[in-house]
Design a protein around this ligand. Sequence first.
Ligand SMILES: NC(=O)c1ccc[n+]([C@@H]2O[C@H](COP(=O)([O-])OP(=O)(O)OC[C@H]3O[C@@H](n4cnc5c(N)ncnc54)[C@H](O)[C@@H]3O)[C@@H](O)[C@H]2O)c1
Length: 316
Amino acid sequence: MVDGDLKLAVVGVGGWGKNHARVLSEFGCLAAVCDIDPARAKEIAAKHAAKPYGSIDEMLSAEQLDGCLVCTPTKTHLPVAKKIIERGIHAFVEKPLSFSSAECEEMIQLAERKKVILTAGYIERFNPAVSETKRLIEEKRYGQPVMIEFHRENRMPPNTKDVGIIFDTSVHDIDTAMFLFNSRPHVVFARAGRHTHSFEDFATIMLGFEGQKVAVIASNWLTPKKVRTFSAVCTDGIISGDFLTQEIRIDHAGETVVPHRPFEEPLTLELLNFIESVQGKAKLVVSAQEATNVTRVAEAALLSSNTGSPIYLNLK
Ligand SMILES: NC(=O)c1ccc[n+]([C@@H]2O[C@H](COP(=O)([O-])OP(=O)(O)OC[C@H]3O[C@@H](n4cnc5c(N)ncnc54)[C@H](O)[C@@H]3O)[C@@H](O)[C@H]2O)c1
């Protein structure tokens, strides 16, 4: 339960949005759900004693909402988010904020004009394996990170039909790389290809940061098992992590240490940060500008793959 009388809604209660509905319901602030598939809206609303809507316009006219979570397919994020923000309602938009940085900028400008919070679902920031690694890096326990490698592999997600693996999957690691380095890349080089999907379904992306620091992001939808790992090579040790088990291992001075931490659901932590930001009690962890930078890097990765050239960036 969260303090206060907050009314939130989820737009798009498919494979992922149904989890947002569950978490908001556990927090006691789920007022409504909306899906263009009315049967789906009814099914999820009934589970959580919320009101179902088959159209966002109908929901926004009928409900007095404080915030909305946009969990619709990526290509619909801008039109859906605009309707929410235009009414002065705070918006959490699933990742990627958009597949187009021009669309991201449009959302940011509208949110600034309407004075509402806009954030994006870069959930790995809330994964304890990442937050613990970030803490160790900030404390300089094992020196400075110089190279971070990511592997994110699985069979293709059944519902992703509008974007390829870079905008759907690699974006998580692009965001995590920028978060852990606390810096923005100035150059992007990528190779990507398509085997079974209508967009690219395997990609390797190299991000160059200042001081010759590098992130290597390998993603594919071909590996028959789920792999989500990272390894941060620091000047005085290596921190390796598993996004799925939330375990980290530290190799340092001839020893391996595996710190024990309780498992926490990243989605719960992520939505709590949105709620507390709406209430003015917390600082938003993922800014809309950072989410826009992720989209810019993803755009550059696609361009690099298509042209065979490194793409130089000057990110805000
Ligand atoms: N953060 C994460 O780890 C994570 C994981 C999975 C998906 N996602 C993101 O969540 C979003 C949704 O993905 P998904 O896998 O749940 O897709 P999905 O296809 O399973 O669900 C999308 C739902 O939105 C509904 N919908 C479509 N257009 C709509 C509209 N205009 N108004 C209302 N409802 C609409 C569909 O009927 C469907 O039920 C995507 O942006 C995806 O990138 C994020």
